[in-house]
Write a protein that binds this ligand. Sequence first.
Ligand SMILES: Nc1nc2c(ncn2[C@@H]2O[C@H](COP(=O)(O)OP(=O)(O)OP(=O)(O)O)[C@@H](O)[C@H]2O)c(=O)[nH]1
Length: 338
Amino acid sequence: MSRSESLLTEDGTASVPPSCLSPAFTPPATTPGTPVLGAAKGVPIEEGATATRHPKLLKELPEVNCIVRARIPTTTGTEIFLHLYQNSIDNKEHLAIVFGNTIRSTSLDAPRPGESEMDRMIRGAYTGRLFPGRTTSRYDDSPAISRPASAASNHHPTSTPLTTAARNSAPLVRIHSECYTGETAWSARCDCGEQLDEAARLMALDPAGGVVVYLRQEGRGIGLGEKLKAYNLQDLGNDTVQANLILRHPADARSYGLATAILKDLGLRDIRLLTNNPDKIAAVEGPGRECKVVERVPMIPLAWKNMKGGVTGKEVGEYLRTKITQMGHLLSMPAGTE
Ligand SMILES: Nc1nc2c(ncn2[C@@H]2O[C@H](COP(=O)(O)OP(=O)(O)OP(=O)(O)O)[C@@H](O)[C@H]2O)c(=O)[nH]1
């Protein structure tokens, strides 16, 4: 008997107490990917096209509106700009963490009726840097500060035919789904915290800058409470996919339309996407190909590269194995761990 069968009856229903089950099946917004083997580092997406599948795309993008932006000096010394978004499909505060000072939000910068210069600065719609006594949101009106070369333009990469140079200048993007346990509660069940840190490290180093789109789809979209139930089912012998299914959730309940809309608002069309997830690559390009993933940059677990800071242990090993064997993630287990 397999481990999942131990909790499923003959007709496939769960033998866990009904009170533990979610009230209704949640239809999948995206479905798990088809297993694909052996993607190389930095594969241009055109060459790796067979490595992707095409989840159902939204008919149209949701509306997004950046309502505030602020500079965050970080503990690593890198400055980031945190952008907070509202949208037309849920009430959650999705975020864009922007590295570099050339990437700007169109909706944030748009003038609002009746607002003062102080209003604009308070909501972050200023150029350059704020300083005590600044009176205007506009750069050129402010003789006290000089204009750094890197901020010379607020315009964004255009979609010219891609040369290697253009591809190299496309910004790095990570579409990251919330993981309270991995990012805040030091969980070693997954590598989510490590992935967020690694994405930030790479973006801080990249002259083209980068964006982490941080989507509030905790637990692959099932929410924290349900994810914690799934953890208990994992401790009872199920893998991460089986645990979701026993709880009557899809293996992956996420969607990426909001990410596409946020990237569009930030003026990013050609992007280099940090991911191993083929569904994400296909979905983020949007219904009208609003974005183009010109390169997939793999996220190899740090421990597999013998780098410091990697999450290790039995649980994360199983988590990664399930992603590869059941969700089609473009990773190969290191020799000796298959
Ligand atoms: N249901 C469930 N969700 C989990 C579990 N462990 C982590 N997650 C969630 O999985 C999501 C991780 O997503 P991402 O970091 O975007 O990564 P991914 O889609 O797996 O693919 P990559 O881009 O390759 O990292 C987050 O929402 C986590 O909360 C688990 O055991 N069960």
